[in-house]
Design a binder for this molecule. Structure first.
Ligand SMILES: NC(=O)c1ccc[n+]([C@@H]2O[C@H](COP(=O)([O-])OP(=O)(O)OC[C@H]3O[C@@H](n4cnc5c(N)ncnc54)[C@H](OP(=O)(O)O)[C@@H]3O)[C@@H](O)[C@H]2O)c1
Length: 289
């Protein structure tokens, strides 16, 4: 099977390409400079020349606060981009895999969300991603919509690398403050990619939550990162109003993998175990080079 990855230089896109290579799949990696997904003509051109069986669409404008200030940038890259990928997948008979987000809900549930909860996004970024879901569902005949939890992974150069950002913060100051009232499911990019490959093989098209098992507040997550990195820093829980932001991000973004479990396809492990793996096998090796 030949898979084409969009946003291939991003944190998730690059780890997805690594997992594909290690599992013996043919991968065609397209970064923004080679294929801007908001350009339908270019997307069609690439599909025509590459003829993939499946497109893993990870590319997105991922700055949540900037999306609030400049919504057009988010809707162009995320909504129009997903629409273009979906159209091209239909035209070239490829499966579309759209990486959406855990933040499509209003965050008021007070518990992890399942695929049967009604999305009601509250920021421009999350609206742009959710509209992308609707367009993929409408226009790509064979599609998966996959919603990851709070992603970690990639290399130390990735600007979205949350674990590395906390490591640098810990080196710069003795105490880290973190929100105790925002909840999510930390999810390793590599585990996410492996689970998505299993899903693609199943041909059981549709919408799935794909997160490592369990949930945590940002504070609990950061405390675990500091502990696993073996750093001495204190982590102090604060309310999220401590951090002035342009985007009113939802309080609950934790996910339950209800549909993966129901279909007997779940291979996701607990998030702490996945974090340990990432820190021990990849991050430590990079920062000690
Ligand atoms: N990180 C998380 O916690 C998280 C959680 C849930 C869902 N997600 C989703 O996971 C996916 C990957 O996110 P990530 O964390 O890996 O973010 P990332 O590191 O910012 O990767 C996104 C990539 O997409 C590229 N891109 C932006 N606009 C593009 C366009 N118009 N055409 C082609 N490529 C474009 C970016 O290139 P430039 O750097 O050149 O702009 C970047 O390389 C996204 O769809 C995101 O919505 C992320």
């Amino acid at each position: 099977m030949k898979l084409l990855v969009t946003g291939a230089r991003g944190m998730l896109g690059s780890d997805f390409c690594l997992v594909l290579e290690n599992s013996g799949h043919e991968a065609a990696a397209f970064a923004r400079a080679e294929m801007d997904v908001s350009d339908l003509r270019r997307v069609r051109q690439v599909m025509e020349s590459e003829r993939p069986d499946c497109v893993i669409h990870t590319a997105a404008f991922t700055n949540v606060d900037e999306s609030e200030r400049n919504p057009d940038a988010a809707y162009t890259a995320n909504t129009l981009g997903a629409w273009n990928v979906a159209l091209a997948c239909s035209e070239f008979d490829a499966v579309a895999v759209y990486v959406s987000t855990c933040g499509v809900f209003d965050g008021e549930k007070g518990a992890p969300y399942t695929e049967f909860d009604q999305p009601a996004p509250i920021t421009h970024y999350h609206k742009s991603k959710y509209l992308g879901e609707e367009l993929v569902a409408q226009h790509a005949r064979r599609h998966f919509i996959v919603r990851p939890g709070w992603l970690f992974g990639g290399n130390v150069e990735h600007r979205r690398n949350f674990v590395e950002a906390r490591r640098r913060e810990a080196l710069a100051k003795p105490e880290i403050v973190s929100a105790k009232d925002k909840f999510g499911s930390p999810t390793y990019t590599v585990d996410f990619a492996r689970q998505v490959i299993e899903l693609i093989r199943s041909e059981a098209y549709g919408t799935y939550h794909v997160a490592n098992v369990g949930s945590a507040s940002r504070y609990e997550y950061v405390r675990e990162i500091v502990e696993q990195l073996g750093l001495p820093n204190a982590v102090r829980p604060v309310g999220s109003d401590f951090f002035p932001r342009s985007a009113p991000v939802p309080a609950w973004e934790a996910l339950e993998n209800t549909c993966l479990k129901a279909r007997g396809m779940m291979i996701m492990r607990p998030w702490r175990e996945a974090l340990r793996d990432y820190v021990a096998t990849r991050l430590s090796a990079e920062v000690h080079q």
